[in-house]
Design a protein around this ligand. Structure first.
Ligand code: MUC
Ligand code: MG
Length: 374
């Protein structure tokens, strides 16, 4: 007799950030995680997580809507079902509900963790097996202040914690942003790769000017310069410059990847388990990108440790991550709700060992940071 799903909880957890994190669309001072706990009839528990950036600033789901989706729509369908066949559960939810990939990702992650614990194997084994144990991780400079960003970058380079940096731009006039980026690139020089994320803030003409300036300043990659639905602009810009484009908001899943590749895009894609609807869906997208010759990058929605580790298990199974990853979310938060935080060193992080995700909740910390009256 297989174990069945006994209970599902979705808990809002608010943790302050170590400094303001300024993006084109919002400045974050706190990160909210939706922690999912699925218990089975044998007493095992699977953990999952969904996050987004600044409520509704990044996408169509907020932490509060993720919690509601899970409790009101997913939970009644899942409780009482056998927990061991994740594909059956995923197909059932896909037939009865639309969209809400962040909520789907948290559920798929918790089911994978549960399955891994039951089989006594890490999640990466369930995904075919890890090819890498130490995964590269960059750091995002986004304090909003050029001098502070330079200090932060130089100190991280000395510590050897990161050697690649992503700058969040798009909230200022284009030439102000270019001056900010060029000053940071000049300060770090050849020892670091500097990339920018515009988070859709430019129209095509502004992007044409901005990308020419960024190319001249020695920037290595420009992430999502133009609005997500404007695939034509991404394709044209990717063909106009030799500085590559990283598609982020435009590409959620494998079908989006296929459409952009078929339209003639050349560049790279920021895969995110949250956008795709779970680790297995993100890997499906990776397969399409690989077939189209599009570079891979492990993206984040600034998840805490549980969501970050879920993505790391997925990225560890990919032979080549052309642009590394940005799985630094836990480092942006002042505290953690797991018993053993990840160890970031040598420009990367180790894949946790142990069954499932390899992560345990610290119940005291969870009690401290869980939102009251949720
Ligand atoms: C994004 O748009 O890529 C990833 C890193 C970061 O600082 O923000 C995110 C979201
Ligand atoms: Mg982005």
């Amino acid at each position: 007799m297989f174990a069945t799903i006994r209970s599902i909880e979705a808990i809002l957890v608010d943790i302050p950030t170590i400094r303001p994190h300024q993006l084109a669309m919002t400045t974050m001072g706190v990160q909210t995680m939706v922690i999912v706990r699925i218990k089975d009839s044998e007493g095992l528990e699977g953990l999952g997580e969904a996050t987004t950036i600044g409520g509704l600033a990044y996408g169509q789901e907020s932490p509060e809507s993720v919690k509601l989706t899970i409790e009101a729509y997913f939970k009644p369908q899942l409780v009482g079902r056998p927990a061991d066949n994740i594909n059956t559960l995923r197909v059932m939810l896909n037939r009865s509900t639309r969209g809400n990939n962040l909520a789907r990702s948290a559920i798929e992650t918790a089911l994978l963790d549960l399955q891994g614990k039951r089989l006594n194997r890490p999640v990466s084994d369930l995904l075919g097996g890890a090819l890498h144990q130490h995964i590269p991780v960059l750091w995002t400079l986004a304090s909003g202040d050029t001098a502070r960003d330079i200090d932060e970058a130089l100190s991280l380079l000395v510590q050897k914690r990161h050697c690649d940096f992503k700058l969040k731009i798009g909230s200022r006039r284009v030439m102000d942003d270019v001056r900010h980026v060029a000053a940071i690139k000049e300060a770090v020089g050849e020892q670091a790769s500097v990339r920018v994320d515009v988070n859709q803030a430019w129209d095509e003409m502004t992007a044409t000017k901005g990308m020419a300036e960024l190319q001249a300043a020695g920037i290595d990659l420009v992430e999502q310069p133009t609005p997500m639905k404007d695939l034509g602009a991404l394709v044209r810009l990717s063909r106009k410059f030799h500085i590559p484009i990283l598609a982020d908001e435009s590409i959620a899943d494998a079908k989006d990847m296929f459409a952009l590749a078929a339209a003639g895009f050349a560049g790279a894609v920021a895969m995110k388990i949250a956008k795709a609807g779970g680790p297995t869906r993100a890997l499906e997208q990776a397969t399409v990108a690989q077939a189209a010759g599009i570079g891979l990058y492990g993206g984040t929605l600034l998840e805490g440790t549980i969501g970050t580790v879920a993505a790391l298990h997925a990225w560890s199974t990919l032979e080549t991550l052309h642009w590394g990853t940005e799985m630094f979310g836990p480092l942006l938060m002042k505290d953690d709700i797991v018993t053993k935080p990840l160890n970031f060193y040598d420009n990367g992080v180790d894949l946790p060992a142990g069954p499932g995700l390899g992560v345990e909740i610290d119940e005291d910390k969870l009690a401290e940071y869980r939102r009251k009256n949720q």
